[in-house]
Design a protein around this ligand. Structure first.
Ligand SMILES: Nc1ncnc2c1ncn2[C@@H]1O[C@H](COP(=O)(O)OP(=O)(O)O)[C@@H](O)[C@H]1O
Ligand SMILES: [Mg+2]
Length: 323
């Protein structure tokens, strides 16, 4: 088997706050294969974004990361800034929910693109411009040559999201981290943007991490999914397997609360009773215990470790053989 493009091992992310130390990501390990689309699902605050902020050296000043993140075998966690500058936006790109904040508002789209190319590639002016327009055409922005001179605010939300994807893919990254890339978009634009990413993956074998709180998005695009809760992986496996045979009560609850095709897309998701855990006061046992309908004594005392329950399928739950 080919070595993974990205290998995360025992990753921890902590933040120092006025009230003490908060653990946002707890002993996280996973691998991302070439051309693979891995879904990461979990409620808000489960540690999805900070996992990748840590990996790319983008944590806030009060944050610190431990463990290991290897990119094609090279350790990049807490790597020198120069190393990370050479990787970010070039070999690993991020796409965010909010294109407006990812793009520089005072700079024409085209100039942002040619500047990125100037930083990472030796290209002449005309060549860079041609490459940028090609990238805008690649994400099906109509009249790309004209849009090259537009400012971000002059584009619609959907078009802006496409421009950000064009920027993220400009240097031909090996990995794209798409962090809730379509959450702010309406359903039609959402599926267009997702199809765009999937087409890119198939054409170029780019590996994609798709972060979302929506299992339906994962079902359409990813081959494997990792469910996070309270900074930990609670279940992971092939998407089909997780949908057919979810083994963790949290995954089961997520699936039950999944909107059907007829649900208004504006509805808040997902309605699982109770609150996400307080990361500053995590219980000694399973973080999901106080919301779990199957909770028993051991769950309150001991954190379950992630154990295999099938082919490439693992769960972190004390219930045996499983709910
Ligand atoms: N700079 C910070 N200081 C303190 N806590 C933070 C900071 N940044 C993020 N967090 C906390 O880390 C946790 C995980 O955040 P995040 O990874 O963004 O969640 P997700 O992307 O799953 O919604 C959250 O509880 C968040 O409040
Ligand atoms: Mg997030």
């Amino acid at each position: 088997m080919a070595p993974p493009v990205l290998a995360v091992s025992g990753l921890n992310v902590r933040f120092h706050t006025n009230d003490g130390v908060l653990t946002a990501v707890n002993d996280l390990s996973f691998e991302l294969g070439e051309g693979e689309c891995l879904g990461i699902v979990g409620e808000s605050g489960s540690g999805k974004s900070q996992t990748f902020m840590a990996a790319l050296g983008l944590l806030a000043d009060n944050g610190e990361a431990g463990g290991s993140v290897r990119f094609r075998g090279q350790e990049i966690l807490n790597a020198p800034r120069k190393v990370l500058d050479g990787i970010r936006g070039n070999r690993i790109s991020m796409i965010f929910q909010d294109a407006l904040s990812a793009l520089t508002p005072t700079m024409r789209i085209g100039n942002q693109m040619t500047e990125l190319l100037a930083r990472h590639r030796r290209l002449g002016r005309n060549e860079a411009r041609a490459r940028a327009i090609e990238a805008l055409e690649g994400v099906r922005i109509p009249d790309a040559a004209a849009r090259f001179s537009s400012y971000p605010f002059e584009l619609s939300g959907g078009m802006r999201q496409r421009a950000m994807i064009a920027l993220a893919t400009l240097c031909g990254p090996e990995v794209i981290i798409a962090d809730e890339p379509t959450t702010a978009l309406d359903v039609t634009v959402q599926s267009q943007v997702l199809r765009l990413l999937d087409g890119l993956r198939q054409r170029t074998r780019t590996s994609i991490v798709l972060i979302t709180h929506d299992l339906a998005v994962v079902a359409g695009l990813c081959s494997r999914v990792m469910i996070m809760y309270g900074g930990r992986v609670v279940e992971t496996g092939p998407v089909r397997e997780i949908f057919r045979n979810p083994r963790h009560p949290y995954t089961q609850a997520l699936l039950r609360s999944m909107p059907s095709m007829t649900t208004d897309p504006g509805t808040d998701l997902p309605a699982i009773p109770g609150q996400p855990p307080d990361l500053e006061n995590l219980p000694p046992g399973c973080p999901f215990a106080d919301r779990c309908e199957h909770v028993f004594e051991r769950c309150l005392e001991q954190m379950p470790s992630l154990v295999p329950v099938g082919d490439r399928h693992s769960k972190a739950c004390h219930l045996e053989p499983g709910p």
